[in-house]
Write a protein that binds this ligand. Structure first.
Ligand code: BGP
Length: 489
């Protein structure tokens, strides 16, 4: 029987998380090619509730506009928080907070600008050499997402995205370049960020433009199959090269609970849960779940598999499971009966009357983080990393020149308390990388003003500002959490 543990284990991976497409900038430097993320423009004349629409649905016309060198639109993710020029200073600030881990991603199009080349771009490789060396120097463990919403654009426009099986080869080549070059310094890898979001925003996740597909669900699940195979292949390759390395999956876990005890709501809840857990089931258990056949049949989906696909998925499941946690959902078969919530990112969900919401309408639910952790522990019996969790808020610089973000401290404290409860429940939680440890461009709305960081970055939604860094109140608070290994919250 597992021993009772009262608090965070020694060596717990406290840290923060970012993604290249939201933090780096330097979109046309160092030989970098365009990625799908570089296609998102920001138009502040649109009504606020439409800001995240573009993220969910990209059109052929928008992609053409983004590829036009004469376009006058502003594309925020091309500029990020300018980490490309501030990485040294930023890593020093992370070290000052005492980070044990830093979750980051590599921009695929910095290494392979088109995605289909035979040889990598040395300048891109050198950029990350510096980053990994600096992390090592500060004893910060890198946790690297191989693909985080930044597919090289050519692989979307010329190849059709992950629906095309050729992407498996391109990805396997790219991942192996990373293992060969950085495997001596990187021990934690994640194959795909929020792989279940393939269903929610296919262009960002798999490079698929829905208007070009007859049955978008067919495209999404075929693409996902290719990612499952690719993930298993690179897990195999990574272990062969570095037996002590860990490869994980990453899902966006928006746990569903039934809105009521109406059996129809319970049924809907199970369906919603499966939209998420289907992905981690395949990657962690090494097999398609039993409900997959009916699910595909009812959606008119037919997965084309090649011989050996299922065997490779079975032979190389992930070593650990990770997830992002921002919100939960109340599933109902009768959405017309209840108030819905515009903020949360799913359908068939009613507003939970017991929860408060963020400035962007995302419902905040610390207590269910404990439930999620217990569920994932029960389902997969693997170590767990919370890869993302945090509060996007409008921060203001006060008259004393400081940023008093006690709301963020409060949010994080409540979530960390529940992590501790989950550890007492026996969950094998090994790390927590708070999302957006430094302000960066929002994935969904492309805004800079949706801030998550312990570190403020002086830039606005249109990229105006000095990009100077400034510590918020939460900076010292988190440093103390890490120093006391979660004892003082
Ligand atoms: C997750 C993504 C991140 C991140 C975060 C916060 O879905 O993995 O890239 O940005 O959500 O979302 P947003 O930036 O839209 O507030």
């Amino acid at each position: 029987m597992k021993q009772y543990r009262d608090t965070f284990p020694e060596g717990f991976l406290w840290g923060g998380a970012t993604a290249a497409n939201q933090v780096e900038g330097g979109w046309n430097e160092g030989g970098k090619g365009l990625s799908v993320a570089d296609c998102y423009s920001f138009d502040q004349t649109l009504p606020k509730e439409r800001w995240s629409d573009q993220w969910k649905r990209m059109t052929v016309a928008q992609v053409k506009e983004a590829m036009n060198p004469d376009s006058t639109k502003f594309f925020p993710k091309r500029h990020g928080a300018d980490f490309y020029h501030h990485w040294k200073e930023d890593i020093e600030l992370f070290a000052e907070m005492g980070f044990k881990a830093y979750r980051m991603s590599v921009a695929w199009s910095r290494i392979f600008p088109r995605g289909d080349e035979e040889t990598p771009n040395e300048e891109g490789l050198k950029f990350y050499d510096q980053v990994f060396d600096a992390l090592k120097e500060h004893h910060i463990e890198p946790i690297v997402t191989i693909s985080h919403y930044e597919l090289p654009l050519v692989l979307s426009v010329e190849y059709g995205g992950w629906v095309n099986r050729k992407l498996i080869d391109f990805y396997v080549r790219y991942a192996n370049v990373l293992f060969d070059r950085y495997g001596d310094r990187v021990k934690y890898w994640m194959t795909f960020n929020e792989i279940n979001s393939n269903l929610r925003h296919p262009f960002t996740s798999i490079g698929v433009i829905e208007e070009t597909c007859e049955n978008p669900e067919q495209a999404v699940f075929q693409a996902s199959h290719h990612q499952f195979v690719a993930s298993a292949m690179v897990t195999r390759d990574c272990h062969a090269k570095y037996p002590d390395a860990n490869v994980g999956c990453m899902i966006s876990y928006q746990m569903a609970t039934p809105y009521s005890c109406d059996p129809d709501d319970i049924q809907m809840c199970q369906e919603e849960q499966r939209k998420t857990l289907f992905f981690s089931d395949v990657q962690a258990n090494g097999r398609y779940p039993d409900y997959a056949a009916r699910m595909f049949r009812e959606r008119g989906v037919e997965i084309k598999m090649e011989e050996g696909d299922e065997e490779i998925i079975a032979a190389h499941p992930v070593d650990y499971v990770s997830f992002s946690y921002y919100m939960t959902m109340c599933a109902t078969a009768h959405p017309e009966r209840y108030e819905t919530t515009g903020g949360n990112l799913f359908s068939n969900a009613a507003k939970n009357p017991y929860l408060k919401s963020s400035d962007w309408g995302w419902q905040i639910d610390p207590k269910d983080l404990r439930v999620c952790l217990n569920q994932l522990n029960d389902f997969y019996h693997k170590p767990i990393i919370i890869a993302e969790n945090g509060l996007g808020a409008l921060d203001v610089i006060a008259e004393d020149g400081k940023i008093h973000d006690e709301y963020r401290i409060d949010y994080l404290r409540q979530h960390i308390e529940q992590m501790k409860e989950a550890i007492r429940d026996g969950v094998d939680l090994i790390g927590y990388t708070m999302w957006g440890c430094i302000d960066l461009v929002s994935a969904s709305t492309s805004q800079m003003s949706k801030r998550y960081g312990f570190i403020y970055v002086d830039a606005d939604d249109m990229g105006q500002g000095t990009y100077a860094r400034k510590k918020k109140d939460s900076f010292d608070w988190y440093a103390n959490v890490i120093r006391t290994n979660g004892e003082e919250l």
